[in-house]
Design a protein around this ligand. Structure first.
Ligand code: PAN
Ligand code: ZN
Length: 187
């Protein structure tokens, strides 16, 4: 029998206790998602392949739900803000929530038939991600962006489509301001 448990989440650091798993994404592992490959390679070599985000999770064998945090560093590659890979879920009938704890960003969503939507990520905003919408988080602030996510353990990740053709919109810093613009490299 699964037993209830209190999980302590620090909204500033994203730490989870108890934590059952984690991974780190460095810039060199995200070569395909940023537009400016020259700026990317320069950052990889000159800034020692910086961490872009970390994902920590709490998952119990036999449970239907799991949850965790994503901790995103601030910064840009060329004019594009640091972002996650972005994905559809394998299970097209399973959505998710993203509950922002600290920092500021943008949740970019895209439906299967090509509609783009944006939900701002500010502390206290819990974004509803409906089933079968691709989702990518982008840190547009100058501090860490920390959010809690929760979904079904069966949801799974389908990274292929977004990796191959990108998303229709990109989020950039232009003239010192955040802008959501059409992706010139959208295939
Ligand atoms: C999140 C994401 C996490 C990292 O847990 O997996 O923020 O983003 P990518 O997986 O797109 O690199 C989630 O949406 N899980 O389903
Ligand atoms: Zn997801």
């Amino acid at each position: 029998m699964l037993l209830p448990e209190a999980v302590l989440i620090n909204g500033q650091t994203g730490s989870i206790s108890p934590e059952t798993g984690r991974y780190t994404k460095r810039l060199s592992e995200l070569r395909q998602i940023f537009q400016d490959r020259t700026a990317l390679e320069t950052m990889v070599s000159e800034r020692n392949d910086p961490i872009i985000y970390e994902v920590l999770e709490y998952k119990k064998e036999g449970s239907d739900l799991f949850f965790g945090t994503t901790i995103m560093e601030p910064g840009t590659v060329g004019e594009e803000f640091f972002m996650t890979r972005g994905h559809f879920h394998k299970r097209r009938d399973m959505g998710e929530i993203y509950y922002t704890q600290s920092g500021h960003g943008v949740l970019l969503l895209e439906s299967r038939d090509g509609r783009s939507e944006v939900v701002r990520m500010d502390p206290g905003v819990c974004a509803f991600i409906p089933p079968d919408w691709a989702h990518r988080s982008i840190n547009t602030g100058d501090e860490k962006l920390v959010f809690v996510w929760a979904c079904n353990v069966e949801a799974g990740h389908d990274y292929g489509v977004i990796l191959e053709r990108g998303m229709r919109k990109i989020v950039v810093r232009r003239h010192g301001h955040e802008a959501i613009v059409d992706n010139p490299q959208f295939a």
